[in-house]
Design a protein around this ligand. Sequence first.
Ligand SMILES: CC(=O)SCCNC(=O)CCNC(=O)[C@H](O)C(C)(C)COP(=O)(O)OP(=O)(O)OC[C@H]1O[C@@H](n2cnc3c(N)ncnc32)[C@H](O)[C@@H]1OP(=O)(O)O
Ligand SMILES: CC(C)C(=O)C(=O)O
Length: 556
Amino acid sequence: MPFHRYSAAPALELPDRTWPDRPIVRAPLWCSVDLRDGNQALAEPMDLPRKHKMFALLCRMGFKQIEVGFPAASQIDFDFVRELVELDLVPDDVTIQVITQARAELIERTFEAVDGARQAIVHLYNSTSPLQRRVVFDIDRAGAIDLAVSGTRLCTKLAEDHRGGVVSFEYTAESFSSTEPDFALEICEAVMTVWQPAPDRPIIVNLPATVECAPPNVFADQIEWMHRNLSHRESVCLSVHPHNDRGSGIAAAELAVMAGADRVEGCLFGNGERTGNVCLVTLGMNLFAQGIDPMLDLSDLGAIRQVAEECTRIPVHPRHPYAGDLVYTAFSGSHQDAIKKGFESMEREAARLGRSPRQVPWAVPYLPIDPADVGRTYEAVIRVNSQSGKGGTAYLLQSRSGLALPRRLQVEFARTVQRYSESHSAEVDTERIWELFGSEYLRPGSRLTVAEHTSRPAAGGPVEVTALVSLDGGELRVSGSGPDVAAAFAASLAAGGLAVRTSHLEEQVVGEDTAVYAECVVGGETLWGVGLAADPARAAVLAVASAVNRTSAQAV
Ligand SMILES: CC(=O)SCCNC(=O)CCNC(=O)[C@H](O)C(C)(C)COP(=O)(O)OP(=O)(O)OC[C@H]1O[C@@H](n2cnc3c(N)ncnc32)[C@H](O)[C@@H]1OP(=O)(O)O
Ligand SMILES: CC(C)C(=O)C(=O)O
């Protein structure tokens, strides 16, 4: 690997940084750039219907600032902005934003696009980094300032001439994070000298990591330094626009907010140039998961995801934070066990407080939030494959059938499921688990069937059972006594030459039925049987028969 071709991005000296001690206590102002940065990065940029669909979604989610395009760059973007304005499609509390390069003809066309808009932000950018100054523009620092200042002058004039509403202004020192800090400050100050920000005439100063080239702490230092040194700070909305080239866009945005940023630009699910813009869904959900109002409605992530996928034609990764198909799913046994116990503990806590489980603080291991809070069901939380243990299998069986297996039976049945999963190299879904359970424990067996039985309390306490059975091919009437029906029936089988006794018994009411779980010792072998019937005595007899039949099944 030719690592000698690369070098670390220069870090800013900021030994008295304060951001590490400043927790985020409220959501920043969000600006979605899905319809611009997100759109320009698509192989098939959105057509008008898809743009409208995305815009409507962003409004529903509660975005108050939405960059709707680069109208001077494409006719579709221009027409889209015109439709928003002319058809009055922008809610009163939403401001549309349009971007332009610092070129007079493009700026003029941009203002044409927003003509008549009640409120709009015109967003001017030029790149400021030494690399871009040299390679792309062939200009020095003064040349870059000239470009920014002349662009801002024209924007200031056209904003004053704007009909029908207010045009605000955003300036982006593109490639900010790769720009010398003193120069970034100088160019932003030069722009502000023209725009003349005031509390009732603020300016958005946007500082992007156009290409993320340093760890997030370095970006945070850069933002804190700008936050401290920018003049007119009370009239400046300090914005960041992180990309994700190093995979730390989320961290960069969060640390930048700690460092003083008021506003974050990004896209849903991290769409955008190359590795994408910072993901606004994840940022919002991170706040939510810390008990902070995200100021976005993320309660139906499935629906949000569906529209985003349709508009961008890019699928959301199954492991995408909060929204991916697999992010609330545990396959592995110890995770499933902990989740199951977590749910049970929350139910107990809710019962103790006389509330529903959704009203008590969330505390389930391995699940950072309640999937139901973002519109997910619990169905996919536990999925079973060969990595799973008793807890997951028991959870799915219980959710399908209501049967709450005793612990040792869970262990026994999990082995059956694991054998099945390994031999089929496949996940075992809930229906298959129920079928496996049925064929293992509930189906009529080949060794012992019970045609009829009666039971009655015997004098002195124990129960007496009489039954007509078919045992190992022969019909016979048997009777026995014991402390309960299962034990009495087990004892009765001695008449057929079969030594059976129950070693543990549990009973559960399941709807109209009773389930009896009987751990039996049959001829020296310990194994479980299960009976399920409306009549509890019948369920007990069937449970013993189930255990006996499983010995023969295993012998075969
Ligand atoms: C970091 C970002 O994401 S910024 C947004 C980028 N988005 C886009 O580029 C999508 C839309 N863009 C376009 O459709 C086109 O690039 C247009 C219409 C804006 C310009 O098209 P063209 O005039 O054909 O130029 P081209 O696409 O080659 O862009 C490069 C030119 O723009 C200049 N330029 C680039 N950025 C800026 C800027 N912010 N201000 C002024 N000029 C700029 C370059 O120096 C170059 O000029 P040159 O041709 O004199 O060398
Ligand atoms: C123009 C700016 C905001 C941008 O898209 C970037 O720097 O990535």
